[in-house]
Write a protein that binds this ligand. Structure first.
Ligand code: MG
Length: 362
């Protein structure tokens, strides 16, 4: 029986995670639940799973400190996941990580601390789970010399084929994702491909591989969740119908696989799967992220903060859709870079990124 602590229990990942636990009552139990604000929903879940409930601003960190668990699912929103992730590592608890900002902003710090403590950071994001699954051959999954490159698949979002002029895109259009139902921030990030840029950084740290050996391919059907190309020219991929419960369950059950009643892959019904190169002129965020990764230090923390503000300002009608990438690029350029070796430095970079992003004018 694995005892799981869920941080961000009422969000879309947390809700799917509860579903996975519900369908495997003899394999998993919920040791605790933390939410920032949805107290009633969380208390109902607490009663259902007989688990302590933590509510409020610092609920996630308190939950980590006060709960005994084998695995902590970090699925809170944004950088708020960082302090509880570091607390879990300090306590020696393995982490199933869904909040990508934790690695985007502080991957170097988090991975160094996890390594020092012997803590495993297991991916929940569908692409990274796919890569993780492709690397389960007993040879380890971090810093392998036989991996030539990682290939992340991207659905391409709602604007893959139009409109030609993205500057007139409205919040409602950007919030209508064709494949995945997610929160508003990540849905807009998917449409700009910033989400895929973040996933390059996430993969860079999770698998300890330089960002220039991580490629993106657009795959609108979202059936191939990502691929690993090995040094000998063989490429492995993981395929399944899009359903976040698959990677969540694997993060919980790894290295075992547990049966589940889910839609199966029907290849004849799909008939064909398509792939194309991303259009970096239309979607400049991939390039902006790679530039920030090359600059290193806390540049990617500033990038993550800037994107959060940019998306909020776009949703509030303050800036145009195409201003999101312009704003983020300008902030990354202007933000000071500190060494990525302490929570303090990350928070300083985050605050600086936010301030610059608030002040940015088109
Ligand atoms: Mg993803």
């Amino acid at each position: 029986m694995r005892r799981i602590l869920i941080l961000g229990a009422t969000g879309s990942i947390g809700t799917s995670a509860c579903d996975v636990v519900r369908s495997h009552p003899s394999d998993f139990c919920i040791a605790g639940l933390a939410v920032r604000s949805s107290r009633e929903k969380a208390e109902a879940l607490g009663r259902e799973f007989d688990a302590p409930v933590f509510c409020g601003e610092d609920a996630a960190e308190r939950a980590v400190r006060e709960t005994d668990a084998d695995l902590v699912l970090v699925s809170t929103v944004g950088l708020s996941g960082l302090a509880p992730t570091l607390a879990a590592i300090e306590k020696g608890m393995d982490v199933a990580l869904a909040t990508k900002e934790v690695l985007v902003a502080a991957g170097e710090l988090v991975c160094a601390r996890a390594k020092a403590q012997g803590v495993k950071i297991v991916p929940v994001d569908s692409e990274h789970s796919a890569i993780f699954q492709c690397l389960q051959d007993g040879a380890g999954w971090r810093g392998r010399g036989d991996v030539a490159r990682l290939i992340l698949t991207a659905s391409g979002g709602p604007f893959l084929d139009g409109p030609a002029d993205l500057s007139a895109v409205t919040p409602a259009q950007a919030l209508d994702h064709p494949r995945w139902k997610m929160g508003p921030k990540v849905t807009v990030d998917s449409s700009t491909m910033m989400n895929k840029g973040f996933e390059i950084l996430e993969a860079r740290w999770l698998f300890d591989i330089p960002a220039d050996r991580i490629d993106v391919v657009v795959h609108p059907e979202s059936i191939v969740h990502s691929l690993v190309e090995f040094a000998d020219g063989a490429t492995l991929a993981q395929l399944s119908p899009p359903d976040m419960r698959v990677p969540i369950q694997y993060a919980f059950s790894w290295p075992a696989r547990l049966p589940a009643e889910r839609r199966r892959l029907d290849l004849p019904a799909l008939a064909s799967l398509t792939f194309r190169a991303p259009d970096e002129t239309r979607f400049p965020c991939l390039r902006i992220v790679k530039d920030a990764a090359r600059a290193g230090g806390t540049k990617t923390a500033a990038l993550s903060a800037a994107d959060e503000i940019a998306v909020a300002r776009f949703l509030a009608g303050e800036i145009r859709y195409t201003d999101i990438s312009r704003l983020v690029a300008a902030v990354v350029d202007a933000a000071p870079s500190l060494p990525c070796d302490s929570l303090e430095n990350i928070l300083v970079a985050d605050a600086a990124g936010r301030k610059l992003a608030q002040e940015w004018k088109s």
